[in-house]
Design a protein around this ligand. Structure first.
Ligand code: TEU
Length: 584
């Protein structure tokens, strides 16, 4: 049998340094991927049973959302044991088999690292909470209430910060008369990274996983681990009860120091085969250059949030406004330019926290297939490492949630309760949830047209999207015109054409509000990428148009067109995408 590295090499012939420049990552949300035992919840053996599907798709790396023991308050992002496996997902043996199965197929496995916070049921927090003089007290952020106010009363919280999941970021603990900080749920207390013992414990745990053979980490909200220890109030949000504390915890004062220390303690001396990607809400291009400059030894790449914030108004994620293509191009173009010389981009349209790509950036109605393919071509041809979120490769869509009872996500459930209690119109809140709820991405993977979409023989923990009889893997696997086949093609292109991995990036037609156009260039070979983000025909008047119109068409998303009236111009059909190549 070929060794894992031989197998990887056979799939990926591009010579790119570092290796992840020519790699594609596939994200699995284990709860919703494949259920092997019929309890309605996805599991490790389910993932194992689908490894051949992922190998055939051609992806190089699998990122697993958290699989550790957890009360599942935030679907596993609340971890109660960093070194175990959640029993609902399987056993240690299941994990070892999965890891071996991934490696045998020439792929790598990246774990989710959630160390901004633990579960409140983690033994560290249980100890910390047990007494104000416990040695682990300082492992979390404990504070007294506001001066002059009775602890535990409204407004007495140490700061006015609002939690990502509604309400205050502070939870009052009656037994000690103090509050603890939780940027996310009440059951996700923030770890105090100021304490060196916390950092040492995290690094030790990371080394333990690497020693077991995992290939890296996706680091959850890693730019929130350093906080301004003064904990000042934030500016009050428009019309809201609470303040925005983000200036005190996004890319805080010691963030670079902590990440460099982590790199030194965990990754230095290990071969350059690992992948680290930091999830960083609010990160700017300038920050990202620092985080991803290889010489600074922090992380390989970051997930930035700018392009997934363009369709929100000043009121935040539930304040929905239409997305303008000009804004999308300007934003992604700035990231391409900003990381052209130093650092590296990660590229994504969606993940387990975001609505489905085709519903947000494409057209999930008449042009679902074309626009899903267009999104693949446009994203994967940028300079950076692309991430595919489970089901994106099938063109899975947002979900027609009927009412509040259909939601499972803590963020959505809390938001509905808090907003309607504050007097918001329930129909309006529901309408925003339908567009933006994280549950859109969390319904079961659609494997086939059978019961529960082939995800489970039982009742899924969240209902399957009713469009599964039409949109599913089985229907696409042998269809050369499917969205799935198109994803295979763009992934293969990254593996075979060095321009995709290494080429520079030039944005074209920045003021065109329908056509996304750019070139990639490397050692005398140029690719032109065109995408018509509209349901009408659109001209693509790129520089040197007539030469491009006659160039080699590498990959499109429509059948070849009949001879055109004017062979010197490029006219794109609705949601048409084309990748052209010229050499010399
Ligand atoms: O998400 C962090 C994050 O800031 C967002 O993507 C979050 O989902 C959104 O702002 C809520 O409006 C990470 C994880 O990806 C997410 O699933 C977890 O809930 C969160 O951290 C806490 O661990």
């Amino acid at each position: 049998m070929p060794s894992p590295s031989d197998a990887a090499h056979a799939r990926n012939t591009v010579d790119a340094q570092p290796w992840w420049r020519s790699a594609v990552v596939y994200q699995i949300y284990p709860r919703s991927f494949a259920d092997s035992d019929g309890d309605g919840i996805g599991d490790l053996r389910g993932i194992f049973s689908r490894l051949d599907y992922l190998a055939a798709l051609g992806v190089d790396v699998i990122w697993l959302s958290p699989i550790y023991p957890s009360p599942q308050d935030d679907n596993g992002y609340d971890i109660s044991d960093y070194r175990g496996i959640e029993p609902t997902f399987g056993t240690q043996d299941d994990f070892d088999e999965l890891l071996a199965g991934v490696h045998q197929r020439g792929m790598k496995l990246v774990m989710d690292l959630v160390v901004n916070h633990t579960s409140d049921e983690h033994p560290w927090f249980v100890e910390s909470r047990s007494a104000a003089d416990n040695p682990k007290r300082d492992w979390y952020w404990w504070r007294q209430g506001r001066d002059g106010m009775a602890p535990g009363t409204p407004g007495a919280e140490p700061t006015n910060w609002e939690s990502f999941f509604s309400g205050s970021t502070w939870q009052f603990d009656e037994s000690s008369n103090e509050y603890y900080l939780h940027l996310f749920s009440v059951k996700q207390p923030d770890l105090n990274w100021e304490n060196p013992a916390v950092r040492a414990a995290v690094y030790e745990m990371m080394r333990w996983w690497l020693d077991r053979g995992v290939d890296g980490f996706r680091m959850d909200v890693i730019n929130m681990i350093s906080k301004d220890t003064d904990l000042p109030d934030g500016s009050t949000l428009q019309g809201g009860l609470y303040g925005d504390g983000s200036a005190s915890y996004l890319c805080g004062p010691r963030i670079h120091e902590f990440l460099q220390e982590m790199h030194e303690a965990v990754f230095s001396g290990r071969p350059d085969v690992l992948l680290t990607v930091g999830e960083m809400p609010g990160v700017t291009v300038e920050d990202a250059v620092l985080f991803t400059d290889p010489k600074r030894r922090e992380v390989d790449m970051v997930f930035q949030f700018e392009h997934v914030s363009l369709d929100s108004g000043p009121g935040g994620k539930w304040d929905i406004k239409p997305l303008r293509l000009l804004d999308l191009k300007a934003s992604l173009g700035r990231w391409q330019a900003g990381l052209a010389e130093t650092g590296w981009n990660s590229l994504y349209w969606d993940n387990h926290d975001q609505p489905r790509a085709v519903s947000r950036f494409g057209d999930d109605g008449e042009f679902r297939v074309q626009s899903a393919k267009l999104l693949a071509s446009v994203l994967h041809l940028h300079r950076g490492t692309p991430y595919v979120y489970q089901g994106e490769e099938l063109g899975m869509t947002n979900v027609p949630f009927a009412g509040p009872a259909d939601f499972r996500d803590i963020e959505s459930v809390n938001h509905f309760a808090v907003a309607t209690a504050a007097g918001d119109d329930p129909d309006a809140v529901l309408a925003a949830l339908r567009v933006r709820s994280r549950d859109n991405a969390r319904t079961p993977m659609q494997w086939d047209g059978g019961s529960a979409a082939g995800f489970s023989t039982g009742t899924p923990w969240i209902a399957v999207n009713p469009n599964y009889p039409e949109i599913n893997a089985a229907a696409q696997i042998d269809d050369p015109d499917s969205v799935l086949a198109h994803y295979r093609a763009v992934i293969e292109l990254r593996h075979t054409d060095p321009v995709v991995a290494n080429g520079d990036f030039t944005m074209l037609l920045p003021n065109d509000d329908r056509v996304y156009a750019f070139t990639r260039n490397w050692q005398g070979s140029t690719l032109l990428v065109l995408g018509n983000f509209s349901g009408e025909q659109a001209a693509a008047p790129v520089p040197d148009e007539s030469a491009w119109a006659k160039a080699e068409l590498v990959l499109g998303n429509y059948p070849p067109e009949a001879a055109q009236d004017d062979p010197n111009v490029i006219v794109l059909r609705p949601w048409e995408s084309r990748i052209y190549r010229r050499t010399g």
